[in-house]
Design a protein around this ligand. Structure first.
Ligand SMILES: Cc1ncc(COP(=O)(O)O)c(C=O)c1O
Length: 404
């Protein structure tokens, strides 16, 4: 098949800082029409100048964009920038994080294969592996997060990969990347890690030897709660296979969305650095508050995985999980009293969001089932935005007083 622009490229990353690369990487210095912003190439098809241009493409393998489902220049710049930031050879962008995850998994497995996934991976990833892979003859073992021996024992001759996430939702558990790499190497299986909660500012899974990194760019990377996007990043040889399946599956991200992703990426290191600081300040405030039962934040020494987090992460991220004292009614009073934090799912955007898993994601579970999963009546997940920490803390403090 003729080579589409974007195929078989090995990224050469500059030595500039992450913040500088977030603005410039993946794009020619000489801009189209000298525009400082990236053009949105809103087209479904690309033209050939003449017959020799066609033959340069088909016979001589010269790069050219041909048709929108096979690649688009605005998307290519987003892919190159993301690859640079993650330190990856290559990247494919998708319409959502879930599209990146499912297309990646479907590329890697064949009927008769087996995969291992940790139990507090994102709900829809687990559902896909547990319920849908079966239809293709692929079996899946779900192992408890942190049970490294159980994980190793779960590996069989036909295991293709270990899939995990770090940090995880809602308890922000941290997966020991060094341990997992050792296990994977011993058994010759691939390692896939969903690093959405960390971003390339806080965690660099490829440097720990992970084979593929998955990102929901919907969160911190785009960062403005205004688009859905996803990415897979890693070695060219693996990413290229995923790109090929993506071209057949056909759910391509549109160029305007890529533009918004690129715009968000320009400020992502600044935003995430601020979110790291704010979340740590909020976590410390909550930990010392008399109306709080427990706080979960990976950069608090009280977190069970604090040591691993400090070893493999540069910052704890913008999500803080906490359990307030009282009952389900106290939790409702707390939510209703918030004036700054918006009640809503997701994280990583500029606006602070709070969710109450018992009322939202687990509303259809019985109380007993929820408690078995650690989802209490009074558990909250706060995703700080880029408002000032004092304002967020004041809002939480006022609402805690009203919760009683
Ligand atoms: C850790 C994690 N991975 C993947 C996803 C899926 O991303 P998207 O909503 O962009 O499909 C989410 C969504 O919340 C998530 O939290």
């Amino acid at each position: 098949m003729a080579k589409q622009s974007g195929d078989k490229r090995k990224a050469k990353h500059s030595r500039n800082s992450l913040q500088t690369r977030a603005i410039h990487a993946g794009e020619e210095r000489r801009r189209y029409a000298d525009s400082i912003t990236t053009p949105i190439i809103q087209t479904s098809t690309f033209t050939f100048r003449d017959s020799s241009h066609i033959e340069d493409f088909t016979k001589k393998g010269k790069e050219h964009f041909e048709y929108g489902r096979y690649g688009n220049p605005t998307a290519q710049i987003a892919e190159r920038r993301l690859a640079d930031l993650e330190g990856a050879e290559d990247c494919v962008v998708f319409t959502s994080g879930m599209s990146a995850i499912t297309t990646t998994i479907l590329t890697l497995v064949r009927s008769g294969d087996h995969i291992v996934i940790t139990d507090d991976s994102y709900k829809k990833t687990l559902e896909f592996c547990r319920a849908y892979l079966k239809q293709f003859g692929v079996s899946c073992t779900i192992v408890p997060f942190g049970g490294y021996e159980r994980l190793e024992k779960a590996i069989r001759k036909n295991t293709r990969f270990i899939f995990s996430e770090s940090p995880t939702n809602p308890y922000l558990n941290i997966f020991d990347l060094i341990k997992i790499k050792k296990i994977a190497q011993k058994h010759n299986v691939l390692t896939l890690i969903d690093s959405t909660f960390a971003t390339p500012l806080n965690q660099r899974p490829l440097e720990f030897g992970m084979d593929l990194v998955l990102q929901s760019c919907t969160k911190y990377l785009a960062g403005h709660n205004d688009i859905l996007a996803g990415a897979v990043l890693g070695r060219s040889e693996l990413v290229e296979k995923i790109r090929n399946l993506h071209k057949s599956m056909g759910g391509l991200i549109d160029p305007h969305c890529c533009y918004l992703l690129l715009r968000g990426l320009k400020t992502f290191p600044l935003r995430v650095a601020k979110q790291n600081e704010t979340a740590l300040a909020v976590a410390k405030f909550l930990e010392n508050h008399k109306d709080i039962r427990k706080v979960y934040y990976p950069f608090l020494p009280s977190h069970p995985h604090y040591d691993i987090a400090k070893k493999q992460m540069q910052g704890g991220g913008g999500v803080v999980t906490f359990d307030i004292k009282g009952t389900l009614n106290s939790a409702k009073r707390f939510l209703d009293a918030l004036k700054l934090c918006y009640i809503g799912p997701s994280f990583g955007g500029v606006e602070t969001l709070i969710t109450h898993p018992a009322l939202v994601s687990y509303y259809d579970y019985s109380r007993k089932e929820r408690y078995e999963l650690g989802i209490t009546d009074t558990l909250f997940r706060l995703a700080v935005g880029i408002e000032d920490a004092e304002d967020i803390i004041a809002d939480l403090n006022r609402a805690l007083q009203k919760s009683k």
